[in-house]
Design a protein around this ligand. Structure first.
Ligand code: HEM
Length: 526
């Protein structure tokens, strides 16, 4: 026995040493580092809800969400007149409550990750004033978690790599290139409207327009991004939707150490779907690279990127690798369809609640576009539609928050935001703040934007539907064009009113969406 013990002693000691190193490393990463960061932040006097280890404040976030949702389902009389645009506390009950207690800038914890919450435009202005696009990071915890969805595409990439990606991608979004996509947008929108006509004719005037518009926008982005045929587009689209649900709807604990082990099924599912999407896109890109080398030029985003790659490659400049192109395609696909679709969805709700604005837009369309096809060069003339879009993006911002990570310490007055700090900018809160928008903040008043691109907001950083600075949304002109094209066609064929079956409860599934769809009553216009 003694002999055996002596024999195995070095082995036991090695295992013990290894365990010690692992435990120390885990404690360093999940306890010591976050606490050091937290202390540095607290030293500035930032308040915040008390966290617990290892969940941080997740328990309160989950609890309040459940309480609120269940109270909705019990309420039955949501109708046009009772619908409120005062949605911050519906979508983010925990932030609304913490804001009341701690003000517009405070610290909260996602697991062992401290976040600096910001809903103060002036603080944001001071903080971002000297920081260039390439100097912002993205929270590491989200980069890891959302890897199957965005990979190292433009939304997540950082530093000089971000500069390179942005530089190569920007020309693909030029107005001249976007105009060539208008026909594809019309085709998909008309298919959807033809379907609606058949449904209404067959006695079903109530349609869940959210579901319809999200899938049409998916079809549009599949065609405009990579000229995908409907079938391949549908395959990618279905997998992305499933991945979104796996990543954002399940009971996951992002930020909590080893959280992937708590929900391994969903994590593995997201990984598997990510791989399947990658291989679908990889096939398309390889085929397209070949035809691009043979001199074929497609006018979609991928075609433009491949053409750019050729020119840059010949000039000895850097190009995007196939892997990077796959990540960019995923990024366009996801970032490019859901946000625009939700802007259109919320617009239909608000227009259904405000028939006077429906009439005004219809009249503008008749004057500017006339009947028939939409001429992309005339879209800029749809001024009132532009105000409506801005007002919808203000009240129901599809991208409800902007996230960043500080790469070099930032001085704000006499405060220091340390390197590595995660930042959570609450766009919905800023868009609904009486102090900056006035007493009518929650009213639908598109005319706010008539003479002012900031909608009369007292602070220039108070209206941020597309983000800010160098990292502002690269697809905003594409989305404005799609929004105006689809809405123009829709308004000339249908008028919309709110269905008594609609339950108003905006909630978050990465984007801000109606939690139970948007059933509307459609009446064809003769
Ligand atoms: C109504 C529609 C849209 C909204 C509300 C929206 C909103 C946003 C927001 C808030 C950001 C973050 C900006 C920041 O960090 O400061 C962003 C970034 C981005 N968006 Fe959009 N977006 C829309 C449409 C699109 C479309 C159509 C595409 C592409 C086809 C797109 C692609 C991107 C990309 C690639 C980024 C990352 C940019 C970078 O970090 O350099 N977006 N968007």
């Amino acid at each position: 026995m003694e002999f055996l013990l002596e024999f195995f002693q070095p082995f036991f000691m090695a295992v013990a040493a290894l365990l010690f190193v692992i435990l120390f490393r885990a404690a360093y990463i999940f306890w010591i580092l976050p606490n050091l960061a937290y202390r540095k932040l607290r030293a500035n006097g930032f308040p915040g809800p008390k966290p617990s280890f290892p969940l941080g404040n997740i328990r309160e976030m989950k609890k309040k969400k459940t309480t609120s949702s269940s109270s909705t389902s019990s309420s039955s009389s949501s109708h046009a007149l009772s619908i409120t645009n005062d949605i911050h506390s519906m979508a983010f009950p925990y932030f609304a409550q913490w804001k009341e207690l701690h003000g517009n800038v405070f610290i909260y914890w996602l697991g062992t990750e401290p976040f600096l919450y910001i809903a103060d435009p002036e603080f944001l202005r001071k903080m971002s004033a000297g920081v260039m696009g390439k100097s912002w990071g993205k929270p590491t915890v989200f980069k890891n978690d959302r890897e199957p969805m965005f990979g190292n595409g433009l939304v997540m990439v950082e530093g000089e790599e971000w500069v390179r990606h942005r530089h190569i991608i920007t020309p693909a979004f030029s107005p001249a290139n976007l105009k060539t996509m208008s026909g594809l947008m019309m085709e998909s929108a008309n298919n959807m409207l033809d379907r609606w006509t058949s449904l209404v004719k067959s006695g079903n005037p109530e349609i869940d327009v959210e579901e319809e518009i999200v899938s049409t926008a998916g079809e549009i982005i599949a065609k405009t991004s990579f000229g995908m045929n409907y079938e391949t587009g549908r395959q990618v689209f279905q997998r992305l939707r499933a991945m979104q649900v796996a990543l954002f709807q399940s009971n996951r604990y992002v930020g909590v150490p080893f959280s992937k082990l708590i929900c391994p099924k969903k994590t593995l599912m997201a990984k598997r779907l990510g791989k399947e999407i990658d291989s679908l896109l990889m096939e398309i890109i390889s085929a397209r690279s070949k035809s691009s080398r043979d001199g074929h030029r497609e006018q979609d985003l991928l075609g433009l990127l491949l053409a750019g790659n050729h020119v840059n490659g010949r000039q000895g400049k850097k190009t995007l690798t196939t892997r990077e192109l796959v990540d960019e395609c995923k990024t366009f696909f996801f970032g490019g369809h859901e946000t625009t679709a939700l802007a259109l969805t919320w617009t239909l709700l608000l227009l259904a609640m405000h028939p006077d604005w429906q009439d005004q837009l219809r009249q503008e369309v008749a004057e500017v576009i006339g009947n028939g096809d939409v001429d992309a060069t005339k879209l800029a003339g749809l001024k009132k539609m532009g105000w409506v879009m801005n007002e919808v993006l203000r009240l129901y911002s599809p991208a409800p928050n902007v996230q960043r990570q500080v790469r070099e310490a930032i001085q704000v007055d006499d405060l220091v935001i340390p390197r590595g700090t995660n930042i959570w900018i609450d766009v919905v809160s800023m868009h609904h703040d009486k102090e900056f928008w006035g007493e009518d903040v929650n009213e639908f008043k598109p005319e706010r934007f008539k003479d002012d691109v900031h909608g009369g907001c007292k602070h220039k950083m108070g209206f941020l539907p597309f983000g800010f600075g160098g990292r502002m949304c690269i697809g905003r002109n594409l989305s404005i064009m799609e929004y105006k094209t689809v809405l123009t066609l829709l308004l000339t064929r249908f008028s919309v009113s709110v269905s008594p079956n609609y339950r108003h409860w905006p909630s978050i599934l990465l984007s801000l969406r109606p939690s139970q769809g948007l059933p509307l009553i459609l009446t064809p216009i003769d």
